[in-house]
Design a protein around this ligand. Sequence first.
Ligand code: B1M
Length: 233
Amino acid sequence: MADEEDIILSELSDDELVLQMHDDLYDGLKEEIEEGTNILLGRGWVPYKVLTEALVEGMRVVGEDFRDGILFVPEVLLSANAMKSGMFILRPLLAATGAPKQGTMVIGTVKGDIHDIGKNLVGMMMEGAGFEVIDLGINNPVEDYLAAIEEHKPEILGMSALLTTTMPYMKVVIDTLKEKGIRDDLIVLVGGAPLNEEFGSAIGADAYCRDAAVTVETAKDLMNRKHNQLATA
Ligand code: B1M
């Protein structure tokens, strides 16, 4: 059996390469992930397929072993960095679809939470669908969302939370929007692994979005409905 250093990524078949990339993501090997991403693109894979099959699926395995105490924070950080280096290559390709401008979305991970891979993915896919995306980054208190809404006048506000301890903060943001009388000016979309539809409606969001593709579909659908309502008002 070949040693890890003997493996030449470009000589692997597509299926072998994807499995190898899952291993490399697990091991936090940034350069190998960049190389694998470029090889798949060079073989004609569309960026979304590289993203979902090679990167997101690899990260799912990392998540399971993190949950089970097999991987720890420093290792998962390396995996996250490797994932981001692949996403960095894909981002301009996903954004360059020439889709007509759909609207603006402000998105950020809520206060107390530093997970940003999922949020970044949502931002990339929304850009690819023609939305302008204002990304507030991680650990956002309500004031950050308010300032960005004031400055950018988005149609959509997106919030991400990956921890059961930070997801309730989404309600703080929505309640503040209500207090300020601006809740109904916005489509509020929420997402993140521990959320579900029930939670989304309980906190008063317009929709819970399971993943980045669902976010794009939901955003387009709700934007259309809003335009139709305005047209018939
Ligand atoms: Co953290 N972490 N983490 N972590 N981490 C989880 C979330 C956890 C489930 C792992 C586990 O135990 N199985 C667990 C949470 C448990 C819980 O709350 N019940 C956990 C924990 C406990 C922690 C720490 C507390 C660990 C510690 O310090 N002891 C700590 C918290 C730090 C903090 O935020 N204050 C911590 C730290 C970290 C790292 C820094 C090491 C790293 C983050 C690096 C980074 O993001 N830059 C990390 C990672 C990577 C994970 C896991 C392994 C992977 C998350 C990820 O990137 N997934 C995660 C395990 C898991 O989720 N299964 C875990 C890939 C990504 C593509 O999926 O983010 O779900 P996801 O995004 C999806 C959808 O959810 C949705 O679309 C995305 C794309 O399809 N979506 C949205 C997400 N946001 C959206 C917003 C939208 C719409 C859709 O807006 C409209």
